[in-house]
Design a protein around this ligand. Structure first.
Ligand code: PFF
Length: 456
C-alpha cells in the first residue's frame, strides 16, 4: 500500500468533505426531485431520511476509512481478510468504484451545462434580455456534441486539480469558493423571498400533503440523500482514511450533513418562489434550475452580475464534487496496484469522457423519445440513483455493521470528552445495523410494488 496523505489541517478535511457533498445534487437535483414528489411531505421525508439513514451511513463510511486506513476497495477486501470469509464484502467496494465512474461521467455532462450557462451569462453581459429567453436549455439538450465538448473541458479541469494531490489540490480550490458562494446564496434567498409568490412557495415546500407521496417517494428520498451526502460511492471512506486519530468522526459527519442540508433548503427557497410564478416551467423538469434562475436574475437589478457570480460558484461546486469522485477512483486504483497517480488520473478522466460523451450524444439523439413520459437522462438518473446507489449504500452499511467489531466501532465513535457521543453510540449502532438496511430494503420493495401497480 502507498503511504497515505493526511489532511494538513482539520479544516482541510471539512473543505474536501463539504466540497464533495455540496454540489449539483443540492442546487440542480434536489429542487426538481422535490417538485416530482409533490413538495412538503417529501421535504419532510427527506429530512428524516437524512438524519436516520444518511448521517449514520456517512459516519459509517468515514469510520471504515479511518479504521482500515484504506480506500473502499482495499478496505472491503481487508475486512474480508480479517474475517476469513472469502469474498463476502469486496463486491461492495467494486460496486462503489464502478458507480463512482458512471456518476462521474454523468456529473461531467451536467457540469458542462453549468459551464454553458456561465459563458451565456458572460456573453449576455452586453444584452441582458438574451439570457432571459426560454429555449437556452433546449438548444443545449438538442446538441449532444456541444454537451460532450463542455463535459470534456470540465473533466480536463478536474483531472488537472486531482493531479496536484490531496492537499494542494482539494484544500486550496474548494477553500477559495466557499465563502463567496455562501454570501451569494444568502443574498439570493433574501431576494427570492421578497417576491410575491414566496408565501405559496413556503406552503408548497413546508406544508406536508402526504397524499402527494407515491410508492417511489421513499426510495427517491433515500437515493437523493445518499447522492447529496456522497454516501455509497466510497468517497467518504477515502476521506476518512486521511483523517488523523484525534479527529472525531460523528462531529465531522453531523457538520457535513447540516451544511449540505442547509444548502439544499436554500436552493428550493431560491427557486420555488420564482418557479411557482412561472407557469410554463414544470417543477418536475431536470432543467428547472437552468430555466428558472436566469429568468429570475433577469428581473433583478444587477442580475447579470448575480448571474455570473452564481454560475461561477455553481460551477466551482460541481468541480469540488467531481474532484471527490475522481479522487475516490484514483485512490482506489493507486492503493491496489503499482500504477502512478498521474496515469490512474488520466485514464479515469478519459474513461469518464468516453462514457459521458456517449450518454450526451445518445440523449440528444433520443430527445423526442420517452419511456413512461421520461427522457433518456431521467431514466439514467433514476437507474443510478434510485436503484444502484441504494443497493451499494445498503452493502456499505453491512460492511460496517458486520465487518467491524463493536468494540472497534466504539473506539471510532466515542470520544470520552464528548458526553453526547457516549450516549449516541448505541443509537448509531441500531441505525447502521437495522434502520439503514431495513429502510433501504423496504424502499426498494415499495418502488418495485409501484412499478407493478402502474404497469411498469
Ligand atoms: N454529493 C454531490 C452532489 O450533491 O452534487 C455528488 C457526489 C459527489 C456524489 C461526489 C458522490 C461523490 F463522490
Amino acid at each position: 500500500m502507498h503511504k497515505r496523505g493526511f489532511w494538513k489541517t482539520r479544516f482541510g478535511f471539512y473543505l474536501a468533505a463539504i466540497g464533495s457533498a455540496c454540489g449539483l445534487g443540492n442546487l440542480w437535483r434536489f429542487p426538481y426531485v422535490v417538485g416530482e414528489n409533490g413538495g412538503g411531505a417529501f421535504v419532510l421525508l427527506y429530512l428524516i431520511v437524512a438524519v436516520v439513514i444518511g448521517l449514520p451511513l456517512l459516519i459509517g463510511e468515514l469510520s471504515l476509512g479511518k479504521f482500515t486506513r484504506r480506500s473502499v476497495l482495499s478496505a472491503t477486501s481487508y475486512i474480508d481478510g480479517i474475517h476469513q470469509h472469502g469474498n463476502r464484502f469486496v463486491w461492495v467496494g467494486r460496486a462503489a468504484v464502478v458507480l463512482s465512474l458512471i456518476v462521474l461521467s454523468y456529473y461531467a455532462v451536467i457540469s458542462g451545462w453549468v459551464l454553458h450557462f456561465t459563458t451565456q451569462f458572460l456573453v449576455g453581459v452586453f444584452s441582458p434580455e438574451s439570457f432571459a429567453q426560454r429555449g437556452n436549455m433546449e438548444v443545449l439538450l438538442n446538441n449532444g456534441w456541444l454537451q460532450m465538448g463542455l463535459a470534456s473541458v470540465h473533466l480536463l479541469l478536474t483531472v488537472g486539480i486531482v493531479l496536484k494531490g490531496v492537499q494542494e489540490g482539494l484544500e486550496k480550490w474548494i477553500g477559495y469558493m466557499m465563502p463567496v458562494f455562501s454570501v451569494l446564496l444568502v443574498a439570493l434567498v433574501f431576494k427570492s423571498l421578497s417576491l410575491s409568490n414566496s408565501a405559496n412557495a413556503f406552503r408548497f415546500l413546508f406544508y406536508p400533503d402526504f397524499s402527494k407521496l407515491t410508492w417511489s417517494s421513499l426510495i427517491h428520498a433515500v437515493g437523493h440523500v445518499c447522492f447529496t451526502l456522497s454516501v455509497g460511492f466510497g468517497t467518504m471512506v477515502t476521506f476518512g482514511s486521511y483523517l488523523r486519530d484525534a479527529d472525531h468522526i460523528p462531529t465531522a459527519g453531523a457538520r457535513v450533513t447540516i451544511v449540505d442540508t442547509l444548502l439544499s433548503l436554500f436552493a428550493v427557497l431560491i427557486l420555488f418562489p420564482v418557479a411557482l410564478g412561472a407557469s410554463n416551467t414544470p417543477l418536475t423538469d431536470p432543467g428547472l434550475l437552468f430555466e428558472v434562475l436566469p429568468r429570475f436574475l433577469s428581473q433583478l437589478q444587477g442580475g447579470v452580475v448575480f448571474g455570473i457570480a452564481f454560475f461561477i460558484c455553481l460551477y466551482l461546486a460541481a468541480l469540488g464534487a467531481s474532484i471527490g469522485l475522481l479522487e475516490v477512483i484514483v485512490s482506489n486504483w493507486v492503493d491496489r496496484s503499482k500504477v502512478s497517480r498521474s496515469f490512474a488520473t488520466w485514464i479515469t478522466g478519459g474513461a469518464a469522457f468516453v462514457l459521458g460523451g456517449i450518454a450526451a450524444v445518445v440523449s440528444a439523439y433520443m430527445r423526442g423519445m420517452r419511456l413512461e413520459g421520461r427522457s433518456f437522462l431521467e431514466v439514467m438518473d433514476s437507474l443510478l440513483i434510485n436503484w444502484c446507489l441504494p443497493v451499494v449504500a445498503l452493502g456499505l452499511s453491512l460492511v460496517v455493521s458486520l465487518g467491524i467489531k463493536t468494540v472497534e466501532k466504539e473506539k471510532l465513535f466515542v470520544d470520552q470528552n464528548k458526553i453526547a457521543s457516549v450516549a449516541l453510540f448505541p443509537h448509531w449502532l441500531v441505525m447502521i445495523r437495522w434502520m439503514a438496511p431495513v429502510v433501504i430494503g423496504v424502499a426498494l420493495l415499495l418502488q418495485v410494488v409501484g412499478l407493478i401497480l402502474t404497469g411498469i
